[in-house]
Every structure is written in structure tokens, then in C-alpha cells.
Design a binder for this molecule. Structure first.
Ligand code: SAH
Length: 340
């Protein structure tokens, strides 16, 4: 829902100031239409249905994977594509704050841009044309789409785009996510290492949102090959910015490291990575099995990933291996381009 349009429309209709809050509260709790907003006068509900589209996004395609992961392809009103993924986890990761009949975590993977201007060689989004930054309402509408299906409690900005290139809109959206059930401490912004954005997150006065860094290589030469943005913001500077964020926010930075066969998965590279992350208190590593895209890379074997993890752990770096989900619908990390 375009919240600015909602506000100006209500103002023009001479409605009292609390109306927009009422509408937002219904939407944030998963209402599917203005008709459901029973504390709004009926004529107003009718007028809003005409004047303010219920969502700023149209659903173009939906897909459900065998593991329960669901992907939606949306278009903005000016026809820009973007994708959002809901990951449904069964079992123990119970979140007490949001009632959820099946008990598992519900995590949204949100897009911050349509396409991405960066050109990371392993990522499918990098190969599509960059469209534009998404507005705060377009970011929230991704969450509301899934909230209408069921409660959600986590969000990661790991869909399309580089969130720190659209930080104002991302932060505006984050301020409203708690109303939908997603707290700042359950929200993660993932970045290629865009230092000005990391510095802003270090300094901003709002609640702390978690930070993830897509690192993917333990030295500048390889990282620049994989992620051209590294030429602009080299590794040592990016890690320093992350340490400043850690010092101010008192949270560990999640380091994401994609496992590419024969490229960045050797023993020496694990040793080098462990060295880079000293003092290790600021970081936690998440090794990411590579999801196939049309790129030239192959994913590392399960054994290579386990060995890499052991090397890091032996050196005191806490390391986990990410479960990949949504494979069969191309909803896994790095597979979000708009072909189906
Ligand atoms: N631009 C931000 C957020 C989007 S990418 C960033 O780069 O962090 C979200 C995560 O997906 C990143 O860690 C990215 O490196 C990872 N990713 C990209 N392509 C992938 C692929 N093919 N397989 C697995 N993970 C991938």
C-alpha cells in the first residue's frame, strides 16, 4: 500500500488524523482488503478501494517448493520486476512473540531494489538489468503479501539488490516491520560491503538491525574478481567498518562465504580467512553452499564445506553451514532473476 498516497487521500477527504493508523494496523495484521476494516465507515472503505490500491505490487507469479519455501514474483506499478521468498522452518526455532500454529520460524527474504547495479559474477540478480530502488511501501508490501497468508517473524534483506544503496527506504520500511511481527533483532541487512552504508548503520539512532557481510574471498585479488565492488571498497577497509559497527552495536557481524569449488574453498584460504577475522569476537561465519545459476562456477562438495568449517572452528571462528532452501523453484540465494 502506498502509504504516502493513503495519507494525502485521507487528508484530502478531510478524514481525522487517526485514520491512516487504523488502516495500517489492519494491513499489518494481515487484512486482505479495505472491506475487512470494520472500524472504518463503509463509504470510506469504498472510496479507498477506488483511490488507493491495496498493494503497490501486483503478483505476477507464485511458486511453492517441496520444502515449503514460497516465492512470489511481483511487478511495481511501473512494471519493474522483483522477487520475495518466504522460508518456512519446522520445529525448534520457536518464536514466542508471534503465535504460529506450526511453531517454526517464518523468514522473509526481501528485495530492496529491482535488479542490482552491482555485478557479482556468481549471482543471478547481477545479470539482469538494474531497474531502480524500491520505495519503503514496495518493501513493506512484500512483507504484507506473505503476512496475509500467515504470521511472519524474521526478515533478511537478501533478495534482489544491495540494501545499503537504498538505505533510507530500507530503514523506513524496517521501522514498520515490528507492526507486522518482525523485530529489528530478527531483521538482517546483508551487504557487499558498501562502507558508507555500514557507517550509517553504526551511527544511526534507531534500534539495531543485524548486519551480514557477503565476503566470499579471503584476499583482495580474488574478491575483486568475484565482486567488482571490491575495487572500490577493499577488504581491509570493509572489515574495519564492520568492526566499528560491532563496537557500537555489540552484535556479531555474520560473514557470508559462498563455497565455490576450486575457487575459494582450499585449506589455505580457510586459514587466511580465519586470520582476517582476528580478533574474532566481532564475527560469525556462515558458509553458503552454492546454488547453481548460469555462471561459470560449481559449488564445493559437502566434504569440502565440512573441512573448511573445521579449519575455521579449530581457529576459534564460530562457523555454521547454511541450509539451502527452495532449490526446485529457483528461490535460493543468488537465483533470484526473473526468468522462471
Ligand atoms: N547485495 C546484498 C544482498 C543480496 S545477496 C549482498 O550481496 O549481501 C544475498 C546473499 O546471497 C549474499 O550473501 C550473496 O552473496 C548470496 N548469493 C548470491 N548468489 C548466490 C548463489 N548463486 N548461491 C548462493 N548464494 C548466493
Amino acid at each position: 500500500m502506498n502509504l504516502e498516497l493513503l495519507q494525502t487521500t485521507l487528508d484530502e477527504m478531510g478524514e481525522p488524523p487517526f485514520r491512516s493508523k487504523q488502516v495500517w494496523e489492519w494491513a499489518a495484521r494481515g487484512a486482505g482488503s479495505y472491506e475487512e476494516m470494520t472500524n472504518l465507515p463503509e463509504t470510506l472503505r469504498g472510496a479507498l478501494s477506488e483511490l488507493v490500491p491495496f498493494s503497490a505490487l501486483s503478483v505476477e507469479h507464485e511458486a511453492l517448493a517441496s520444502d515449503g519455501t514460497e516465492k512470489a514474483l511481483f511487478h511495481t506499478t511501473d512494471g519493474r520486476p522483483l522477487e520475495t521468498v518466504l522460508m518456512r522452518y519446522r520445529g525448534s526455532k520457536h518464536s514466542a512473540s508471534v503465535p504460529n500454529p506450526s511453531g517454526g520460524r517464518r523468514s522473509l527474504c526481501l528485495s530492496s531494489q529491482s535488479g542490482c547495479p552491482l555485478t557479482c559474477t556468481f549471482c543471478a540478480t547481477g545479470t539482469m538489468a538494474f531497474g531502480r530502488n524500491l520505495t519503503a511501501s514496495e518493501i513493506l508490501d512484500q512483507a504484507l503479501h506473505f503476512r496475509r497468508k500467515e504470521p511472519v517473524d524474521h526478515a533478511v534483506f537478501m533478495g534482489m539488490g544491495e540494501p545499503l544503496l537504498n538505505l533510507d527506504n530500507v530503514l523506513t520500511a524496517c521501522r514498520r516491520l515490528p507492526d507486522i511481527g518482525i523485530h529489528p533483532s530478527s531483521t538482517t541487512i546483508s551487504t557487499v560491503g558498501w562502507i558508507p552504508g555500514i557507517d550509517r548503520l553504526t551511527e544511526h539512532d534507531g534500534a539495531t538491525i543485524r548486519l551480514a557481510l557477503s565476503l566470499h574471498a579471503p584476499d583482495d585479488a580474488l574478491r575483486s574478481e568475484l565482486m567488482p565492488v571490491n575495487d572500490r571498497f577493499p577488504l581491509a577497509d570493509v572489515l574495519d567498518a564492520c568492526r566499528r559497527w560491532h563496537d557500537s552495536r555489540k552484535r556479531k557481524v555474520y560473514v557470508e562465504y559462498l563455497m565455490l569449488d576450486g575457487v575459494n574453498d582450499r585449506y589455505e584460504q580457510a586459514v587466511q580467512l580465519a586470520g582476517l577475522l582476528e580478533p574474532r569476537t566481532a564475527f560469525k561465519v556462515n558458509l553458503i553452499p552454492y546454488n547453481p545459476t548460469d555462471s561459470q562456477f560449481e559449488g564445493s562438495s559437502r566434504e569440502a564445506i565440512a573441512a573448511f568449517r573445521d579449519t575455521l572452528e579449530e581457529r576459534g571462528v564460530p562457523t555454521t553451514v547454511r541450509l539451502t532452501r527452495g532449490h526446485d523453484i529457483h528461490a535460493a540465494c543468488g537465483q533470484l532473476a526473473v526468468s522462471r
